[in-house]
Design a protein around this ligand. Structure first.
Ligand SMILES: *Cc1c(COP(=O)(O)O)cnc(C)c1O
Length: 248
């Protein structure tokens, strides 16, 4: 009988295999809708998973990782500074400093106060923090994100901040298995981006951060440039109701 593999090596193989499946899905979807596969980048969302899981996915070639909770994310970013860290969760003003100092991107800015703090706290020796404005694209009352009609003014104000580089828009539409609904919400974010770029303000947003494990095909079909994939790479999380965690 062959010697059983250690748990660790079984885990790393599983992570590598799931990463390949996700990458293949991105490439296949791009091909179906006539997009270059290089136009979509993969953010591996490692929230709630230990640094060993990050290491296994990084060993399989993944460089960009997303985190939702400030303390957990900053700890991981400090532990693995060679990786590229993206903050994608709700951010309270007393938690901005660690994110400003250790992350490369923040996708979830929905008010100017947070943007100003991030800009002020971004060390001047580092490149500007790459940021997206989060938009509550489907008007779900409980969720974070600015209202669509507020997005242009918020983008203009953020673009004026010295240590931030405004890249685009992010959304987390309601989870639904209905692809028509998925695509309608993602299309709305793309159209909002196009409207902002067409306004006479000089803004040129190149990023649409949209699509998660269960709706990445719809997001890519509607123009996503960053998909944020957690469970399809890391496996199921032991808790999923991230909105319930207020004090991150
Ligand atoms: C958790 C999370 C993801 C990943 O979700 P999966 O369904 O596990 O792929 C993406 N974006 C945000 C903002 C998240 O909080």
């Amino acid at each position: 009988m062959p010697t059983p593999a250690t748990t660790t090596s079984q885990d790393s193989t599983a992570y590598a295999q799931r990463l390949i499946v996700v990458r293949d899905k991105i490439v296949a979807t791009c091909r179906q809708c006539g997009r270059e596969s290089e136009s979509v980048s993969l953010l591996a969302v490692s929230k709630t998973f230990p640094i060993e899981a990050v290491d296994a996915v990084a060993a399989a070639g993944q460089r960009a990782f997303g985190e939702n909770y400030a303390q957990e994310g900053v700890e991981k970013a400090i532990a693995r500074p060679e990786l590229e860290w993206h903050f994608i969760g709700p951010l309270q003003s007393n938690k901005t400093r660690g994110v400003a100092e250790h992350f490369t991107w923040v996708h979830s800015i929905d008010r100017l106060k947070i943007a100003k703090r991030l800009s002020a706290q971004r060390p001047t020796g580092l490149p500007p923090l790459q940021v997206c404005v989060q938009v509550n694209i489907d008007g779900e009352a409980t969720k974070s994100g600015c209202a669509p009609h507020e997005a242009l003014a918020l983008c203009q104000a953020i673009a004026a901040l010295p240590q931030l580089q405004l890249r685009g828009l992010m959304a987390i539409p309601e989870a639904t298995a209905d692809q028509t609904t998925q695509r309608r919400h993602f299309a709305a974010l793309r159209q909002l981006r196009d409207t902002i770029n067409a306004a006479d303000t000089g803004l040129k947003l190149d990023t649409l951060s949209m699509g998660m494990s269960d709706d990445l095909e719809s997001a890519i079909a509607e123009g996503a440039t960053i998909v944020r994939i957690g469970s399809a790479i890391f496996g199921p999380r032991t808790y999923t109701d991230t909105s319930a965690i207020v004090a991150n």
